[in-house]
Design a protein around this ligand. Structure first.
Ligand SMILES: Cc1cc2nc3c(=O)[nH]c(=O)nc-3n(C[C@H](O)[C@H](O)[C@H](O)COP(=O)(O)OP(=O)(O)OC[C@H]3O[C@@H](n4cnc5c(N)ncnc54)[C@H](O)[C@@H]3O)c2cc1C
Length: 581
């Protein structure tokens, strides 16, 4: 039977796309400072969605006593080898501590020292019991009557009228419902992009990765399609993680001062350097040169430190604690092996994402961006995402055009028929049968076979891994290999036309795949455009193995008439920041 989507046209003052750290915080800020209404569109459920789903055990961005926001700017800029916007970093850093006070009021437990001050970890972190951080944030959002949360609703494309963002098309992940949501100001807060590259864990565990697999880069892709300017996609983030569990390692390095050591017991970090990228590079090189496996040296820590670590990981990555307990090998008995993750695009750790001004407005009028989806401002983490959500909400309040946008019924009908066409492809009737045929049939070609989104996703990840600097190629690539990757991404994209989409869940998976492919294309173009190796460890350009003075520029891109145009912008300071080079 032909599938028909029922249509819901909604309107609001402020639309938050993504109900993660930045989206929830922005929604609360907007309500706190106005009488306006807010809609939060969230593809999962705000109680356990995004990066905070599993909890965290520290707030990584905090101005500790004796330090200033300017110190934070200097640190983040140096760690990014100069590719960062000081205006964005400073406006964020100035608000970090205020956001901490606010979440503490919501009920977050922040650990205190013997004098009653926040317990710090290193120079910029404070320790929390953050297992419930997302639940607290979600509860505050749900208590606010002027916020409507649409859970299990996946944003697909912006609605743009006269060059201005006025809303979003979104589809339910469960019911046959299409939403056209109009707003006087729109915020994108959909997080970064995971799953572009083949992950560490193969097969059945493929979706077990450090960054949430549901953050598929939808916000980047929507922006790219709408012609927004993007920056620094070539600065991929590779996380140094505990082997197998992919649990974060900062708790070991900063919590108990564990040093990286190779199989010979040498502390090798000094040989490479101490930026986030070089820490990954050190471990990768030591392994390649036969001095691996590399570990964080925990053997010999005290029983109290063992307990601290168990507790800390229960707050954030319980699987690591379970591994220690199950193997009867506490961290004090055995060093923790570390590995580099597959590359992610994450504007909360690096500078990738939307090109925004200090008010967090993107280059599309009325469209704001905050958190991991926004570029130019690395080392944001949780509190930085909150701070950017707050700035964006305040800016949206100032921006809101007097007239609420009017729904364009022709545009809505067009979009609806586009989705219904995908859902009613002739072969969709054979979907169940095609899913059931066994692998042998597929290989023999005895049944007509449509690839699944899962098959194409694996192909995409393989192409990116082999030819665009994934784990399998030691994060290295060349111009020639990037060309192969681009060709393969185009071929996979063509195959998405024949995907079977029998229900709303498959529709969501189809968009997840096409969004990832869109982001892959931009990543490839950016990698090719940076003719140097700046962040050794995150990306190694074999044609240009050194850093160059010429490279001290932002690489930006924008889709124009179907072509991705790549250009550079100056680093600059003050008013000159971001001028076209
Ligand atoms: C495993 C892990 C551990 C971390 N640990 C720490 C830590 O200890 N301390 C620290 O300070 N920082 C930590 N961070 C970083 C920090 O959590 C993130 O930088 C921050 O939460 C990002 O916030 P965000 O709002 O940008 O993204 P998220 O919080 O991930 O929110 C994005 C939201 O958008 C939704 N979404 C995505 N696509 C769509 C779509 N198409 N339609 C609708 N909704 C969509 C997602 O479901 C999600 O809810 C950690 C990150 C990870 C991944």
């Amino acid at each position: 039977m032909r599938k028909k989507l029922s249509l819901k046209i909604l309107s609001t003052d402020f639309l938050c796309i993504g109900g993660g750290a930045a989206g929830c915080y922005a929604a609360l800020t907007f309500c706190g400072q106005s009488d306006g209404s807010v809609i939060v569109v969230e593809k999962a459920n705000i109680r356990r969605s995004g990066c905070l789903a599993a909890g965290v055990n520290a707030l990584n961005a905090y101005i500790v006593p004796g330090k200033t926001p300017e110190d934070y700017v200097a640190y983040a800029r140096a760690d990014a080898e100069g590719i960062a916007r000081e205006d964005l970093l400073l406006t964020m850093a100035e608000r970090l501590n205020k956001t901490v006070a606010r979440v503490e009021k919501l009920g977050l437990t922040i650990l205190k020292d013997e004098h009653g001050a926040y317990a710090t970890r290193g120079n910029r972190n404070i320790k929390i019991n953050g297992e419930n951080i997302k639940l607290l944030l979600a509860a505050a959002v749900e208590r606010e009557p002027r916020i409507t949360v649409l859970n299990r609703v996946n944003a697909i494309d912006y609605i743009i009228q006269n060059g201005r963002a006025v809303g979003v098309f979104a589809a339910s992940a469960e019911k046959e419902v299409l939403y056209a949501i109009y707003a006087r100001a729109v915020l994108c807060a959909t997080g970064g992009a995971a799953g572009l590259y083949k992950p560490n864990n193969p097969g059945f565990s493929r979706h077990k990765m450090w960054y949430p697999p549901f953050n598929t880069g939808a916000g980047y892709a929507m922006g790219i399609r709408a012609g927004a300017e993007m920056t620094t996609f070539e600065m991929r983030f590779v996380a140094l993680r505990c082997k197998d569990t992919l649990a974060p390692t900062g708790t070991l390095a900063q919590g108990v001062g564990a040093k990286q050591v190779n199989a010979l017991g040498e502390e090798y970090e000094r040989r490479y350097g101490f930026t986030t990228a070089l820490r990954v590079y050190g471990a990768t090189r030591e392994n390649l040169e036969g001095r691996g496996p590399c570990c964080l040296r925990t053997a010999g820590i005290t029983p109290e430190q063992d307990e601290d670590l168990w507790r800390a990981y229960l707050n954030m990555a319980p699987i690591q604690t379970l591994k220690w307990i199950e193997s009867d090998m506490p961290p004090s008995a055995r060093n923790v092996e570390v590995v580099g993750s597959e590359p992610y695009i994450v504007g909360g750790h690096t500078a990738s994402g939307y090109w925004v001004d200090a008010s967090r407005e993107t280059m599309i009028q009325g469209l704001f961006a905050a958190g991991d989806v926004a570029g130019g401002c690395p080392q944001k983490y949780v509190t930085g995402a909150f701070a950017e959500g707050e700035i964006a909400a305040e800016s949206a309040l100032k921006y809101m055009a007097d007239e609420a946008p009017q729904p364009d019924l022709v545009k809505i009908e067009d979009f609806q028929s586009r989705l219904e066409k995908i859902l009613n492809r002739p072969s969709a009737d054979r979907a169940d049968r095609a899913y059931k045929i066994d692998k042998a049939d597929k290989i023999n070609g005895s049944e007509s076979f449509s690839p699944s989104a899962d098959d194409l996703e694996a192909e995409m990840q393989d192409a990116m891994d082999r030819y665009a600097g994934g784990i399998g190629s030691g994060y290295a690539f060349s111009e020639a290999s990037l060309r192969v990757a681009a060709q393969k991404i185009n071929e996979i994209e063509a195959q998405t036309q024949s995907l079977l989409v029998p229900d709303m869940r498959s529709l969501l998976e189809r968009f997840e795949l096409t969004d990832r492919l869109t982001v892959c294309r931009s990543v490839l173009a950016h990698l090719a455009a940076r003719k140097e190796t700046r962040w050794r460890g995150f990306a190694e350009n074999l044609d240009y193995p050194d850093k160059s003075d010429e490279g001290l520029k932002f690489v930006n891109s924008r889709l124009e008439n179907g072509e991705l145009k790549v250009f550079t912008r100056e680093i600059g300071r003050g008013e000159k920041a971001g001028g076209v080079a």
